[in-house]
Design a protein around this ligand. Structure first.
Ligand SMILES: [Zn+2]
Length: 305
């Protein structure tokens, strides 16, 4: 029979509560649970796995498990202990013992676990679990004490600003990033309207014009493509309909010291009519024609972003 996800979750949470009760004030790093123990016979094997995959338990070997710091604080909060007077008293004692160490100091204080347990009158195992799981921070959102680098279970580092409410320095940056992401998503939705469908050149101009049957809008793109223009559309340089140099007839005219070159569409219905090449000049006829060919090559160049 397959057990539903909801039932599996309930079973796993029931196991979490049972382990928490069983261990009392023992430190999590020295307390192992054997899933083969008689007291766990009613527990589904999958519940252990479930807690491991959630990062609440860690598997030592075979059937041995122990609490992770996250698992212990999760169990504390789920047990509803936090609001009980006894638990509140413990939190107050721990907080006071740590705060006393930085009183009047300008910098971080270092203190042994045993000293905190003595000063606060709290069970050492419980203090270990509270420091290990950042319990004060988790419950009050305040700056917490931590293990001094690599000394888990021995030396506690109490920061100068211990007990102050933690400020999320990056909250502003994150909300700004979120806003930008949303803008980019909206822009991407609009992207196709604002790009040439052949070469992706951006839209550079948009202007309405009226005619006797109504009005239209001219869309002009950076590659030269124009859609909806009164005298016909201009193709993108990457479109198959973009005119070739052979689609123009080049004529020349001599005028004093200059030669002029003109380009006209070779055939009447041709896109060469809409891709206009302006007259060019040179000192010789060939120079004037060469200048026209250069103008065409420049105009026919693909758009590059
Ligand atoms: Zn284009």
């Amino acid at each position: 029979m397959t057990i539903s996800a909801e039932v599996r979750l309930q079973n796993a949470l029931a196991l979490l509560a049972l382990l928490y009760q069983t261990m009392e004030d023992a430190p999590i790093d020295l307390t192992t649970f054997d899933s083969r123990d008689g007291c766990f016979t009613s527990i589904q094997e999958t519940s252990w796995d479930e807690l491991v995959s959630e990062g609440l338990l860690s598997k030592r070997r075979d059937s041995l498990y122990f609490f992770t710091a996250k698992g212990w604080s999760e169990a504390v909060i789920r047990a509803g202990d936090v609001d009980s007077p006894d638990f509140q008293h413990r939190l107050g004692q721990l907080s006071k013992a740590l705060k006393d160490k930085i009183k009047g100091r300008q910098d971080t204080a270092f203190i042994s676990l045993d000293e905190v347990a003595n000063d606060s009158g709290l069970p050492s195992g419980w203090v270990f679990n509270a420091i290990d799981s950042h319990l004060l921070c988790r419950i009050y959102g305040k700056k917490d004490a931590i293990w001094f680098e690599g000394t888990r279970g021995r030396v506690i580092e109490v920061p100068r600003d211990f007990g102050l409410v933690e400020i999320d320095l990056f909250a502003d940056v994150r909300s700004e990033n979120l806003r930008l992401t949303e803008t980019v998503e909206q822009m991407e939705e609009l992207y196709s309207d604002y790009r040439c469908s052949f070469c992706s050149a951006p839209l550079v101009g948009r202007s309405p014009w009226d005619h006797e049957y109504g009005s239209e809008e001219v869309m002009e793109y950076a590659c030269g493509m124009t859609v909806g223009a009164p005298y016909g559309d201009v193709p993108c340089t990457q479109s198959a309909t973009f005119p070739k140099l052979e689609d123009y007839v080049l004529t020349t005219q001599h005028d004093g010291e200059k030669w002029w070159c003109f380009a006209h569409a070779a055939q009447a219905p041709s896109t060469a009519n809409s891709v206009i090449l302006f007259q060019t000049w040179g000192r010789t006829e060939e120079e004037a024609k060469e200048a026209m060919r250069k103008q065409y090559a420049k105009r026919a160049k693909p758009w590059k972003g």
